[in-house]
Design a protein. Structure first.
Length: 210
């Protein structure tokens, strides 16, 4: 599990097509890496396969290539990096699984004082999960929905987040990964199952009718 608090950016140093997918090598100075470790790359949960003092490599499956834009990355591109939350870690963001729900596009970027406002398109199948003041993960970054319309949603980005993440590299038209709040998806699933069960049950009063 992750929190959406990006630790640093990493630079893609090698991209290699492999059987059944693609392999990325990322340059990033991280300690305590080990084989099989979960790590979020711009919001997508991947597995460390090899590593050195200041690099690690990851495998992108066909599912990951289909659902994310990671397959479009080339050498020199930057990605957001977050290691999984340790059991005794501080929970500063919100629950992020690293399971990308889909991609969106940057629709607007505006400097407002010291902060930045970003707007992103809303994929039709995710619109119902977004609410004002609710949490959303954009490229692995835990953000709060500040405004919402039928076409897009906006977030406010403070300088610390802007400087340490790939948002500083984004412009209108660029793709981003979206992960909606998993709690909203669980609630929807439970309510849907309850509605289906209710529809198939005989009303209580009718059970005693002749």
């Amino acid at each position: 599990m992750f929190t959406g608090i990006v630790e640093r950016t990493g630079e893609i140093t090698d991209v290699t097509d492999d059987e059944g997918g693609r392999r990325l090598t990322v340059a990033a100075d991280l300690d305590d890496l080990h084989h099989g470790q979960s790590i979020a790359i711009s919001g997508a949960c991947l597995t460390v396969e090899e590593f050195g003092d200041d690099w690690f490599s990851l495998f992108l499956s066909e599912e990951t290539l289909d659902r994310t834009y990671l397959g479009e990355l080339t050498e020199g591109d930057l990605v957001n990096v977050e290691r999984a939350l340790p059991a005794d870690g501080r929970f500063d963001g919100h629950v992020v699984q690293g399971h990308v729900d889909g991609t969106a596009e940057v629709t607007a970027v505006e400097r407002i004082g010291d902060d930045w406002e970003f707007r992103f398109s809303v994929p039709e199948d995710m619109e119902r999960y977004l609410v004002e003041k609710g949490s959303v993960t954009v490229d692995g970054i835990s953000l709060t929905v500040a405004s919402l319309s039928a076409e897009d949603f906006g977030v406010a980005v403070i300088p610390a987040t802007y400087d340490i993440t790939t948002l500083s590299e984004k412009s209108v038209g660029d793709p981003v990964h979206l992960e909606v709040d998993v709690v909203a998806k669980y609630v929807e699933r439970l309510l849907s199952a309850d509605a289906d069960l209710t529809a198939t049950q005989t009303p209580y009063a009718e059970r005693f009718e002749d």
